[in-house]
Design a protein around this ligand. Structure first.
Ligand SMILES: O=P(O)(O)OC[C@H]1O[C@H](OP(=O)(O)OP(=O)(O)O)[C@H](O)[C@@H]1O
Ligand code: HPA
Ligand SMILES: [Mg+2]
Length: 180
């Protein structure tokens, strides 16, 4: 599987360092707020698991499964809710944890849904930000790394369901998707 990767962009160590730094900021910013931290499945699962363990204050976790890419490399444009939250966001400070913001369609849709449901505040923490491809105005509040305009996989991010279990983030060799 590693032979499908053109270049490792962020190693396990770099990712852990960024989780530590962002976790310290979040600990400070969310003192006494008891936020609801929402993991956007499935891509954000690794980042969520790592970052929440670096937040040293009271937080509640919930999970939402949304999908816009399916098995494709291009967003379909419509965001489907596959699993909704278990708890209400009304009056809560909410922190969305994402793996990547690309076109911004997923988060534009999710953030507006949570505001519509009367969350007190909605902030976004993303491991990766790919601003070159942005179609919706979304500015994340906490960002791990800005990525170049390349299709990346690993540490939760997939291509056709695979590569999520790589411990690092890397650029997929174009030969892998060109043969499909
Ligand atoms: O900014 P956008 O262009 O909307 O793209 C970003 C979203 O796309 C991916 O999810 P996907 O819908 O592929 O589902 P997954 O998380 O289950 O892989 C990724 O995990 C983000 O959630
Ligand atoms: O670069 C990407 N890789 C994997 N999934 C994605 N979803 C949006 N952009 C990407
Ligand atoms: Mg996702």
């Amino acid at each position: 599987m590693n032979s499908d990767i053109k270049e490792i962009l962020y190693s396990q160590e770099q990712i852990q360092r960024v989780c530590q730094e962002l976790g310290a900021k979040l600990t400070n910013d969310y003192q006494d707020k008891k936020p609801l931290v929402i993991c956007v499945l499935k891509g954000a699962v690794m980042f969520m698991a790592d970052i929440v363990r670096k937040i040293d204050t009271y937080i509640e976790l919930d999970f939402m499964d949304v999908s816009s890419y399916g098995n494709e490399m291009e967003s379909s444009g419509s965001v489907k809710i596959i699993k909704d939250l278990d708890v209400s966001v009304k009056g809560r400070d909410v922190l969305i944890v994402e793996d990547i913001i690309d076109t911004g369609r997923t988060l534009a849709c999710l953030a507006s849904l949570l505001k519509h449901r009367q969350a007190k505040s909605v902030k976004i923490c993303t491991l990766l930000d790919k601003p070159d491809r942005r179609e919706k105005t979304i500015s994340p509040d906490y960002v791990g790394f800005q990525v170049p305009n390349e299709f990346v996989v690993g540490y939760g991010l997939d291509y056709q369901g695979f590569y999520r279990n790589l411990p690092y983030v890397g650029i997929l060799k174009p030969a892998v998707y060109e043969k499909n």
